[in-house]
Design a protein around this ligand. Sequence first.
Ligand SMILES: [Zn+2]
Length: 985
Amino acid sequence: MDLISGESSKVLRKQGFRSLKLMSVDMEQELGNEPEPFGADYGRLDNGLVYYVRRNSKPRMRAALALAVKVGSVLEDEDQRGVAHIVEHLAFSATTKYTNHDIVKFLESIGAEFGPCQNAMTTADETIYELFVPVDKPELLSQAISILAEFSSEIRVSKEDLEKERGAVMEEYRGNRNATGRMQDSHWQLMMEGSKYAERLPIGLEKVIRSVPAATVKKFYQKWYHLCNMAVVAVGDFPDTKTVVDLIKTHFEDKRSSSNPPEIPFFPVPSHEDTRFSCFVESEAAGSAVMISYKMPVSDLKTVKDYRDMLAESMFLHALNQRLFKISRRKDPPFFACSVAADVLVSPLKAYIMSSSCKEKGTLASLESMLLEVARVRLHGFSDREISVVRALMMSEIESAYLERDQIQSTSLRDEYIQHFLHKEPVIGIEYEAQLQKSLLPQISASDVSRYSEKLRTSCGCVIKTMEPRSAATVDDMRNVVSKVNSLGEEMKIAPWDEEKIPEEVVDEKPTPGDVTHQLEYPEVGVTELTLSNGMQVCYKSTDFLDDQVLFTGFAYGGLSELPESDYISCSMGSTIAGEIGMFGYKPSMLMDMLADLETALQLVYQLFTTNVMPQEEEVGIVMQMAEEAVRARERDPYTVFANRVKELNYGNSYFFRPIRINELRKVDPVKACEYFNSCFRDPSTFTVVIVGNLDPSIALPLILQYLGGIPKPSQPILNFNRDDLKGLPFTFPTKITREFVRSPMVEAQCSVQLCFPVQLTNGTMIEEIHCIGFLGKLLETKIIQFLRFTHGQQIYSAEVSVFLGGNKPSRTADLRGDISVNFSCDPEISSKLVDLALEEIVRLQEEGPSQEDISAILEIEQRAHENGLQENYYWLDRILRGYQSRVYAGDLGASCQILEEGRLRMRESLAPQTAQAALQRILPHPCKKQYTAVILMPQRSRFGFLSSIFASSPETRYIRDTKILAGIAGLAVLVFSIWRYSRK
Ligand SMILES: [Zn+2]
């Protein structure tokens, strides 16, 4: 008899972490059972290949595989620069046993996107091939392993294969020649100066890509691709590990690589006492930025003490980030955003990288503030209170990880084993790790943490860079800032940190809970729908996909499309302004110290509805300044200029799609913006809130009633729209063919193409039509890539087809309007020709139809994506929302979801070469050459020889919650809210 019900066993599990015994830790002890990785069937074949196999059932019936090779660009000789990456590409061209066609077919059969760099990657130190395979058909697993085995020693590297692949690699090379790419390249060189790494970026040299002989590529492959430098990893929902180990043996055992493999050399990166400076001026740069890197050798992670040091380091970075964030929210801040993270750059080298973005001409002030904060920690340390906030945060992260231990994704486990093989990172198992952290975290004091500031000194491997769109700061200026802060530090003239008071509770006075006036269950989708006494509709679905994820979305009909054009610009800024000022009755910086759980999240929604955002003059000043900088940055970016022109053309210059300009921004009325924002979130009876994730109804329901049910209903309805009366978006697609070149100054030649067709779906079998257009998009994407790349071998790297149907009204009866667009990047010389070729291929599909093989491949991709989605909260949230917003919804969510799913299945059943052909004729203009727009972004050679510059996008600070309020798009006011206390990489 089962005495423990599902719910109480969950409670027991929750207590699991609390009852985990503290360990008495011996600091010198080795971590776990190293070198044996935890949980894997692990071994080495006679030819040297290492294998890791593990059973894991998330997601069900899938396996994550990889071939990890300790070979990267750093091993290349001068005439081979770029060859490691070319080998990776050639793997997908052909091997001894498989042709290109076989490999493409195989990837389609597992529902994977085609292409090198989709399923593989090359870095300075390694090359990794990855496959994600369904295991419900055992032959697929066997074939996947056999393909990895072919990559290990049987890549063909013929002259013809190489000629065909040069174009794609060149296009990738060119794709990296934009502002960010160039900045990253020279950043890399400065960081690695004095080491071989400086001259070995994986993408290599143009000369080599264009002309390296096949023999040179083959020589590199044969020399370094040795089985003793490789591991195969398989983590998945296998019945047992032995069968998989046997498959690995079957496919790999006979593989041989050259005898006497050369030892893989170690290339040190020397440190330096002098601070290295660079000022980059980059006309295309998206803003001004400062980056300080403190380099150091990678530290060992072998013993418990090493692990404790790693925890202390992590606490240091967390605590410093909290301060930096708070500074960014002050009046007249030195930077808009600033954060610090640790990053392993290449095998021997890691760095603490601190980066900020700031206003133009603000780089020196930003640099000074960053250096000052590091010095402040060095002089005064963090307070016990700051460290206890960080400790609680980390404790809650490890608790979540421990409670979710049976929910770890196979891909995450695979990545851990890859790191174990490549970088000797121990894999110790979450049970042991949780116990270790629980025992160690309380022992780490504020002074232990603060000590890490000693590693951040300008006299030890430090590289400082600024990046500006127009030159302002010089190296001398920067040097002066450094010595100024250093002497302030030496003279102890830096004051301690001034702490802000934070609220104990978000809601001062608990609201009176509302009641449920109506309750419905929809067992077919596992959803409960409540109507609360204030009129709010709340729909929730409990899942067990992830223990610590709960997603919220709420929507009401209305939104920006209902405003007169004259109010549009001010009101569209409402959410930006409110977001910066604080929409929950507190400044954003005050809420960041609180730990999010379901109750806090619901309290925040309550606050959103019951408090007013009141713009104070100085706050608005900061926000508008940030907005202005963002607009300026966008206007400098050639791609934004291009994207804006595309929108202007396709939507008839509609104000709704036009990007906001500086002069318009200055006309924004912040009071009106906030009033509009406030009125959007006032009347609970207009909202439907959908909650998906791990919720226990017996705990969640009282909270929902208190905080969502407790929102008072206004005496008069506010912004209460009937969906059938809403306006559509104001736009018109051009009726004639338009082809246009956008010429933009670019430092290096790059070209982007967007080809776009109008789409109108007429009422009738609309549900199938909506599914159908999704299938057609995928079909066009696959066929255009195949046609351009394989038939013509042209210089095209990738193509993407996207469908936009947002132009319609939410009405239940009107036709749907939107567009379908094909985007690709290519060599500028052939862009016009490729547009013609793409049009030709679409016409061919309209006239002759696709093949049965094409249709099967598309169906397979869709089915796999659907199955994967059913195990994810996001997918369900989207499904439920679509159920509510669908035109077939008439008060019964279950029925609406069922009709949608039946439509999908009917579409799948009926999809055949003839029906797809008919749909292409019906949905697109027929022939498609009749009505389209093609916009091509072409380089206008810049006259100035601009210096390249830095700026890797600033490392993202991970926050405990992520809140986004979108006050209205296309007929909807949308509230997006998600709590995810712990997110694994
Ligand atoms: Zn590539």
